[in-house]
Write a protein that binds this ligand. Sequence first.
Ligand SMILES: [Zn+2]
Ligand SMILES: [Zn+2]
Length: 427
Amino acid sequence: MPDAAWDEDQDAAAMLHRLRGVAGVRKLRLLACACARARWSGLALDACRAGVEIAERHADGQATDAELKAASEEVFAELFGVDTGDPRANLIADRCTRELVVEAATGALAAYSGDAAAMVREIFADPSMRLSTLTRDEAVLAVARQIYDARDFARLPELADLLVAAGCTHAAALAHLRGPGPHYRGCWALDAVLGKGQGAPVFTEIQWYTASRPFVMLHWWDYWREPLSPRKLRLLAVACCRLRWRDLARFGLEQAVQTAEEFADDLVDSGALERAHEPARRLRDSIAATLGAMSAEDAGRDELRNAWQAHLVVASLTEPDPGGLDSARHHSARDTDDAGQAELIRELLGNPFKPARIAPSWLTWRSGAIVELARAIYQKHDFVLVPRLADQLRAAGCRDSELLEHLQQNRGHVRGCWALDAILGKQ
Ligand SMILES: [Zn+2]
Ligand SMILES: [Zn+2]
């Protein structure tokens, strides 16, 4: 389906999706803050208002990450259990201060009960529009800066008159400045006058390859590409389980993990998955019984905590509903570093900026030898043979260095490997 015309689109989330690669952290943060400004009178708590102000300053490089984090904690603490003001407005303030700027923008838009699409149009110009420098006239720029700093947006029509007098002919920008608004910091037309940009990209390729927080990586992926398929989600969880295989084996859960892996590829039915869920349930019941008989100082509590963790992971893994899998990943704390899991995410998902492209001629090379080898590796977990795929692909004419380099590695591959999946046409 073609995109709706920018002016008429009513789907704010789809509009944000279209802005991937265009929208930077400054604009996304200001979009969240604009939603809060639109509900300013509902923000009854000082901490909420202060949080929005800090988020706005952060967008323009005038507040540090540490200040934003402190503001976020303060807003959260203030909001806990209170019912002052407009709850939706307070929720928007909470979203504004979120560290991850996409979460801030989408969260604020979701909580904003007004015309969310109009809000996106206030902050972002039509992506198909050409915008160059609107004026270099110092006097006009001085007025624009005053308006921005004082949030004196009622003066925007006056600014439009000054722009025309200085020779500006950009009809869309002039019409926007003269329009009814409401306008906010980040207004695309005022930003265009001031030469203010998008800010840094949401994330870069280098950040992707050096990231170590699984939560953040999956969040980026969902924004940039699309939510993971239930198969990938389950295989990722399985691969993460294999990182702590000994723990799981100790609690008798390894067969359940293997069944979940097979279920991901439709090799067993949901009945088998349900039966695989049983050991996790039994473990949970036995933990509950043991815990009841234990004193708070008992040395066995650490072991129980491990068991509880193992049960949680495997219980969600053997949950037929992929929604359960998705919520399971949110249990992993967003601040937690885990280099092993981060590596697995890169192994399963590849490079978000460069989806793998497989030429049909590689797949038909020597009567399908490459696909045949890939399938055998996959079925037998024979991942030491993966480098042979790189040799064959090269012989078939492949020059994709990212794909070849990945396959050349003789370790670290698992079911769900992005390169193998690309060859096998799996999602
Ligand atoms: Zn505006
Ligand atoms: Zn791999």
